[in-house]
Design a protein around this ligand. Structure first.
Ligand code: ATP
Ligand code: MG
Length: 217
């Protein structure tokens, strides 16, 4: 057995934007997978919005994941045969959600500035636009937390910057909570707090509180 994470202990408050940094192979994606209930830890507990997901059967976990967790990936991971609107509707058809999925999907795509691209399929959208659809999809169910693994990793600098601005804007408008793994100091610089992971352990007490205006280390 390979030990990947050890002694990791942290808490994220509602509405926070937390960056997770660390060298390649340090365990960032693994940690996000554990928080999302995609990987199970051998020891310890994971609570999402107060719900202990650690030992939950997969069937219930799928329900909690749908309701509480939005996921965004480096490679966008949209369904290629579906339009932007249909991609955003998908999580709304999976669980129990109020209102019409179509109306909610249109509302979310307007929120990310893509109201004019509802009927485009992923291959008819730029990378930056695809990632905005992915964010709209992640937020559609009004999750407790959005977990993003290198969301700007496949974008050029200008589109990465736009995505970060969008995330900041969405936080103000929706109160959404973000946990973002990144190599990019620009991304981490936007976060209120940075968790640094090295060899599967959070450095120091696991938090580096950064105040506005302070230069990143
Ligand atoms: N399914 C797996 N089985 C065994 N080892 C794994 C598995 N997934 C990842 N690892 C190992 O766990 C460690 C952490 O990997 P992880 O993908 O979490 O790193 P990361 O910080 O996200 O890296 P990167 O910045 O390159 O994305 C690595 O040593 C990796 O080889
Ligand atoms: Mg990774």
């Amino acid at each position: 057995m390979v030990e990947i994470l050890c002694g990791v202990d942290f808490r994220i408050e509602r509405g926070e934007f937390v960056a997770l940094m660390g060298p390649s192979g340090s365990g960032k994606s693994t940690l996000l997978g554990v928080v999302a209930g995609l990987d199970r830890p051998n020891e310890g507990q994971v609570l999402v919005d107060g719900i202990d997901i650690t030992a939950m059967p997969e069937s219930r976990l799928a329900v909690v994941r749908n309701a509480k967790i939005g996921m965004v990936f480096q490679a966008f991971n949209l369904i290629p045969t579906l339009t932007a609107q249909e991609n955003v509707e998908v999580p709304l058809y999976v669980g129990d959600h109020l209102g019409s999925p179509a109306a909610r999907a249109r509302e979310m795509l307007a929120l990310v500035g893509l109201e004019h691209r509802l009927d485009h399929r992923p291959n008819q959208l730029s990378g930056g636009e695809q990632q905005r659809v992915a964010i709209a999809r992640a937020l559609a169910t009004d999750p407790a937390i959005v977990i993003a693994d290198e969301p700007t990793g496949n974008l050029d600098a200008a589109n990465g910057e736009r995505l970060l601005e969008l995330i900041g804007d969405l936080r103000t408008r929706t109160g959404a909570t973000f946990l973002i793994a990144t190599h990019d100091r620009e991304v981490a610089g936007r976060a209120e707090r940075t968790l640094v992971i090295v060899d599967g352990r959070l450095r120091d007490d696991g938090t580096e509180v950064r105040h506005p205006g302070e230069v990143p280390a």
